[in-house]
Design a protein around this ligand. Structure first.
Ligand code: GLN
Length: 446
């Protein structure tokens, strides 16, 4: 009731939630009370959270921020939703997001922009912008998100939250509407690393319904939060501290590194020579996969359908033309182009090769260091409207986050200070399946 009242008061201004499931939440809360009374409660029983509207929720509108799914009531729960519900978590509602998770500012949503609670003129980041704004404004204690190229970490940085993108394959993608299947991964946006550890432990693990989910036991992330950091080898990503990083922003990140030094960690400069190619590589690979994934939205079986189609081609053309927004269309067209005969070798194949080189760079770095650190985002939150007409500038927001997705690595953003009243994030990247180490590092810092 506390959070539902806060949603009622703040959501009309913030636009963080697309759907509020008040009745279901109260019913789930009553069930949680029973579990507590009967002594069968777990640590998450009764915890209210919001889910990014990319996760299918049984019987509840699941829009993915798009007009295309503005009428779509999912017939089943995503694995993430199912596992958290089984742990006793209560769903308060569904969070606004960039359309089909394509964006860095939550401005491509069919449901309009989300405001950053720290400054209502600014964006909260994206694409998990509604999740970030909801937790930052304390209208929910925690949220789920997804990260294909930075969509958990960048909004976490811009709203002073802890965000974790796990290793590719750690969390099931079943029921998570696909953007770029080889990059998409679900995670959390929370106030602390401890909260993230609790939620991730419940979400993660093998799922036979996702062929890329990894069949490996989920460690107890809470148990290792307090491990000392003496002797930890921290790699400073040379490429991340070079041009493009706001100076004052960089200073806050360096100050955070000193805190780790004081805890006994050793700082080592490392270079990942192919990393500067991550943005162009991502903007070939991600659109290619999206052009294929989004071909299922044709107006026939579910989702938006145009009015009075005259024939099948007209149905396809107008349903997709009216159902998708400009950014989604840009990606579908780019993706179709790079996959087309004649251009496949020049773009898609090259991008796949560079992706491998970037992954190899990371692998080499992790022979020298335990974790890598650097900024999450080149700047603090920018004005709503400032970059909407300039896709390239918008894409460059993800310059620090995309590498981890291309290599499938776990990565976090943790708050490391404020500049002019706006939050700054520190990024920590680890080797595959080092979520426990990342959460430990974040927890000790916090
Ligand atoms: N901002 C990036 C994009 O627009 C990443 C989005 C994401 O991680 N879902 O594709």
């Amino acid at each position: 009731r506390h959070f539902l009242a806060r949603i009622e008061r703040s959501n009309p201004e913030l636009n963080a939630l697309v759907t509020v499931t008040a009745d279901q939440a109260l019913a789930a809360a009553a069930r949680a009370d029973e579990r507590i009374a009967s002594g069968s409660a777990g640590p998450l029983t009764g915890l209210p959270i919001v889910h990014k509207d990319i996760f299918c929720t049984d019987g509840v509108l699941t829009t993915c921020g798009s007009r295309m799914l503005s009428n779509f009531v999912a017939p089943y729960d995503a694995t993430v939703v199912e596992r958290l519900s089984q742990a006793g978590v209560i769903t308060l509602g569904k969070a606004n997001m960039d359309e089909f998770a394509m964006g860095s500012s939550n401005e491509t949503s069919w449901y309009g922009p989300v405001k950053n609670p720290w400054d209502l003129k600014k964006v909260p980041g994206g694409s998990s912008g509604g999740s970030a704004a909801a937790v930052a404004a304390r209208i929910a204690p925690a949220a789920t998100g997804t990260d294909t190229g930075g969509s958990i970490r960048q909004p976490a940085a811009l709203t002073s939250l802890t965000g974790i993108k796990p290793t590719y394959g750690r969390v099931s993608r079943y029921g998570m509407i696909a953007f770029a299947s080889s990059l998409d991964q679900a995670g959390t946006l929370t106030l602390t690393a401890e909260d993230s550890a609790m939620l991730l432990g419940a979400m993660a693990g093998f799922d036979p319904r996702d062929s890329t989910s990894v069949d490996a036991p989920v460690p107890d992330y809470v148990a290792t939060l307090d491990q000392p950091l003496a002797g930890l080898r921290i790699g400073l990503l040379k490429e991340f501290f070079e041009k493009g990083l706001d100076e004052a922003n960089g200073k806050l990140v360096r100050d955070a590194l000193k805190v780790f030094e004081a805890m006994g960690a050793k700082l080592v400069e490392v270079s990942l020579p192919n990393l500067p190619l991550s943005v162009p590589t991502y903007y070939v690979v991600a659109p290619a996969e999206c052009s294929s994934n989004l071909s299922r939205f044709d107006g026939v079986r579910f989702g938006y359908r145009c009015e009075n189609p005259v024939n099948l081609i007209d149905l396809y053309k107008r349903s997709r033309g009216e159902g998708f927004g400009a950014e989604v269309k840009r990606r579908i067209m780019t993706g179709t182009y790079v996959l087309s005969a004649g251009y496949y070798d020049a773009y898609y194949l090259q991008a796949q090769k560079i992706r491998r080189l970037i992954a190899d760079d990371f692998e080499a770095a992790f022979k020298e260091v335990d974790v890598l650190m650097g900024p999450t985002s080149p700047t603090t939150a920018f004005d709503i409207g400032a970059k909407v007409d300039d896709p390239i500038t918008m894409y460059l927001n993800d310059i620090y986050t995309i590498g981890a997705n291309l290599a499938g690595l776990p990565a976090m953003s943790i708050p490391c200070g404020f500049l002019g009243g706006l939050p700054v994030g520190l990024q920590v990247i680890g080797p595959h399946f080092a979520e426990g180490k990342l959460l430990n590092v974040a927890h000790r810092y916090q």
